[in-house]
Design a protein around this ligand. Sequence first.
Ligand code: HEM
Ligand code: SF4
Length: 554
Amino acid sequence: MYVYDEHDHKIIQERVAQFRDQTNRYLAGELKDEEFLPLRLQNGLYIQRLAPMLRIAVPYGLLSATQVRKLAHISRVYDKGYCHMTTRQNVQFNWPNLEDVPDILAELAEVEMHAVQTSGNCIRNVTSDQFAGVATDEIVDPRPYCEIIRQWSTFHPEFAFLPRKFKIAVSGSVDDRAAIHFHDIGLQIVKSENGSVGFKVLVGGGLGRTPVIGSVIREFLAENDLLTYLEAILRVYNLHGRRDNKYKARIKILVKAMGPEEFAKRVEAEWEHIRDSQTLLTDKEIKRAKSFFTAPDYEAIDVQAAEAELANAASENKAFSNWLARNVTAHKVDGYKAVTLSLKPTGIAPGDVTDKQLEIIADLADKYSFGELRATHEQNIVLADVKVSELFNLWQEAKAAGFATANIGTLTDIICCPGGDFCSLANAKSIPIAEAIQREFDDLDYLYDLGDLDLNISGCMNACGHHHIGHIGILGVDKKGAEFYQVQLGGNAGNNAALAKVLGPAFSAEDMPTVVRKLVDVFVEKRVEGEQFFETYNRVGIEPFKERIYAKAS
Ligand code: HEM
Ligand code: SF4
């Protein structure tokens, strides 16, 4: 992973000192609320319903065991003993004291972490595929390009005050696991016919109040042109994006208003001026970025023997074989697998991890996965490089620590925002809805029979919980001061990107488990052999679901 050089250390130290001074002045009454606001936002600090919330940047989700131990320490000393993995692969602390935040940032700086640009109208933390570098369907490892984008965008003076926040995601695999269609810029790594590396460029995707699927504005951008082209896109947005209306300020609105063709034309015109500027990436620079993401010391493994032993252990232990089927993913190196630790056991807010669990995760990463791990946008953790022969031991340790729930990709692997429990923007609670649904579907065999099913919940239309792109999406709505839930169907986050459609009138919290049960019943009745929920939905449409849910009792 990327390691700070002396300049990085210096810059982050200076930022910590600057923010300490700003906080002290605010606490002493020398800075007004509105003066402190942009300063704190530049350091990831929100003021929430009950306490401040501090968002820490985790570049493309990659963490070292040392960093995770530091997060454990911070959770214990400065927070309530846990932290939260977000849908943008970041980490949030929900209960720090304002006066402790400079100390927290100083502690983070010790392990090469910070909260810069995790809020505010700037280019946010770049996100990617949690299986980057190890996926069997990978075209090219996206991480060096993510790192190049990160270095370019961090503290970029021209893009510090955009009309609105700006998010970039990069996928390097055939299967998009980074939701590139739903970012301000989505980059898909592709190879040209002659084998050269480049990007398909999408712009104007996003969720929230106006959900939009990104448009492709360029089929192939050579890798050396990455930054100049991003710069051209951002310039067009910075110049023409609306600043008069917060709700219309995202690039998706501009692209929609202009039309993707016109937008692309303007980007190309701007790019012509700057494509040969000093931002043009040299091969040397790309090589340098790649040098941070070399393969770990994989051992030569007798794969047949290891697989045979694994099959044996699986045949004797159903719980273990369930876990292998759901939480363990193929790896491009023979004899290794990627393992997803589930942060979704029933009864725990999705994505929450305690200090002790963080320490265990760090130990597991050291013991089984070269000291590295990844946060996923589905709010789980991945150990990317586990030897097949160690899976059984890892499973046992993960089970003891509470994150071996074998539910990855199933209905109970719910993406869920904090909703009304923490967030001051919420219309309704979301965590208790997730829990009630998890309780309703606590039979693993039944979940496996249902197959892959994304259920996403947001407490308001900002869509932090990605409800628009769940196969089943749930949105908290407010009706005359009471909490209700709207159901949406048919969303899809990956290659078959789709936005969900509203089913009909909203339901009360108590109704939600039964509503989901009925939706699932319709799927089970209508599916043909081998079909997943979204495939059945695409074939039969929304009507059968609507009829069942809103059927009048006769
Ligand atoms: C707790 C306080 C939080 C506040 C005040 C907050 C606020 C917001 C707002 C206002 C938006 C919409 C912005 C827009 O589209 O114009 C948004 C979007 C988003 N938030 Fe949050 N959020 C919070 C927590 C979280 C958490 C915990 C997560 C992750 C689980 C999260 C992930 C996201 C994501 C992924 C989006 C992007 C939707 C898009 O594609 O536009 N947020 N948030
Ligand atoms: S979706 Fe709404 S309720 Fe949920 S975290 Fe985002 S802003 Fe808060």
